[in-house]
Write a protein that binds this ligand. Sequence first.
Ligand SMILES: C[S@@+](CC[C@H](N)C(=O)[O-])C[C@H]1O[C@@H](n2cnc3c(N)ncnc32)[C@H](O)[C@@H]1O
Length: 676
Amino acid sequence: MTAVPSKRQKLAAQKLLSEGTPTEVLTFEALSLLGQRQEHQHQHQHEADTDVTNGDRSAEQTPNPQSTQPPEEQSQYTPPPPQTELELEIEQLSSTGDGLAYSADKNHVYVVPFSIPGDRVLAKTFPQKPNPLFTHLDFIQVLRPSAQREGVTPGCKYFTVCSGCQLQMMSYEDQLRHKKTIVEKAFKYFSNLDPSRIPPVGETVGSPLQYGYRTKLTPHYDKPPKGADDKTLPAIGFGMKGTRRVLDIEQCPIGTPILNEGFPIERKKVYQTFRKRKAGATILLRESTSRKPIQSDTEKNGSEATRNDDTMAQNIGDSAANRDAGLTSKPDQTVQTEPNSESVASKNEDLNSVSRLEAYIASHNSAPSPLTLPAPKPLSVRRRRRSSGSPEIIYTYDTYKDIKTYTSTGTDWTTEHVGEFVFESRANSFFQNNNSILLSFIRYVRENCLPREEDDTTSNDNNNSNSNDTETANKNPTITSPTTSPSTPSTKTPPIKYLLDAYCGSGLFAVCLSPLFSSVLGIDIDVQGVEAARHNATANAIPNAGFIAADAEYIFADVPFPPDQTAVVIDPPRKGASVDFLRQLCVFGARRVVYVSCNVHTQARDVGMLVSGFDEVKPQGGGDEKQPGGHGKILGGATARPRPQWRYEIESLRGFDFFPQTGHVEGVCFLNRVPN
Ligand SMILES: C[S@@+](CC[C@H](N)C(=O)[O-])C[C@H]1O[C@@H](n2cnc3c(N)ncnc32)[C@H](O)[C@@H]1O
């Protein structure tokens, strides 16, 4: 049981609450851990007092009663000087992916990256701005491993030095379980809602690919040091954990194989011009897929590649790495991707080579959770380097082949396939970075974005949603197969026929969900994104989707759809939606809302506002301008603002693991409208 934080502690935490930064998240979690300790000690003290009364002298060994006071009332914590080594027991895994341990006096929390509950670790202090609740430490080594580490070998040789991944020491099942707690804690701490209004969080839906999934990588480098000569080469990669330096990285095993083929090429380009550069920069590596139907058996067997004068066919299975990984292939043969998965899995200790990564992916593309659709297994995988130097990887399936290339030019068009839909977007515009999970994800949203008839009590203006709705939704996470027509007419409310896709990017939701609706309207601030969305609607023969390039707030200015018959998808950037957008949504009152986010903390904050609702803004000159639910940011022109008549109830909530090996999770929340 967790202790209830004091009023002052709560206020301090609320002051901080804005964008779900790691500091905000750790503030709540450190408070909770210290609260648990107090709770435990109060209990211990109570038992001891009882024992003393009963004449048991062991009660005299009760810890210092001072430590049972709330942390804020204890003397200021002074962390040990920098470079002090500490041996610590890890108690919890935070939502930032760091292990949390108590200080020796149990009144302060140490944050230790790359550690998990049950570990005993050696870590050391480093200079930082003091925080009364927690102190970050550098991880040194595991002294006694947690049982959770058993049988797990991190896939990347840079793990514990690179700041990109946090969870490679955990099994994938444990990562999914942990991500469920991230969603739970986000809504507990950031939504400002009474727990009774938050339904149980569903199981996290896993990614078919757990390595080799990221279709975009952005390694970077710093500017040349003074006096740099031709031999001075920069570190190119990602942030070195706990420093401001760049860690030089040759491969990134969470990136797709084609990006890892391209990485050394892009590194070389930087080397050639580095000395003349005035500033550091970021390299863009973005995958693109060209899908071609298979015309003949010869093509299926992959021999056409060797006929092409312009190519140098290469067998993935030809390398020593693949032989080690259990792949059997003879030179000049296409690798059959039915490797001995046991032997691949057991040798996954270092995926920092494209061949090994490819072999690992081939053995790990089954569904890790019930709602995951497994990635299709290629019949063969071939790499080839064109005479231009740009690599290709060709994945041949039963009826089609995917030719993967990459670009480092932001304005280039790239192509992605999601089920039967094809999407083009500029390499520097947003597109979801894990293609392997998109099919499961879109299917889930498609199957749930319309209310099921039996649950559609919330559409009736006289009915509030109740906890039974929520329970039903959570017991039946997979609903029926997708319908191609809007919901069956209810006796009381008309069916939902219209979709607003707020923050639509290149039209992922608008296009994939369009068959369910009569008309779809998308909005995004990125002009290139909207240009792509229009193109994608045409390319997919979608006649009923239109797009506006503008701030999402403007979508409510002149919505052409009746609110009773409208659903809204909200998928904002990490900082979440604006208060004005949310308030206008509560004025408009779309009947159903799907809120998708890569930052569950800002998602929880925004969903909290939708559930609490917004108060009427009374006319100025005597009237109060109050907004209950704590969401009182009133923007210009308050007097003329219409009254929000609606608020929302959460129907269901769960995470999708778009980001395996990292501490991030994509939240998906369905809400229904109720009167305010
Ligand atoms: C997480 S992406 C979602 C894109 C799209 N739904 C998808 O799944 O591909 C967030 C999008 O919000 C857009 N965006 C950011 N701020 C915005 C604003 N104030 N109004 C409208 N769109 C905005 C970005 O351009 C980006 O396309």
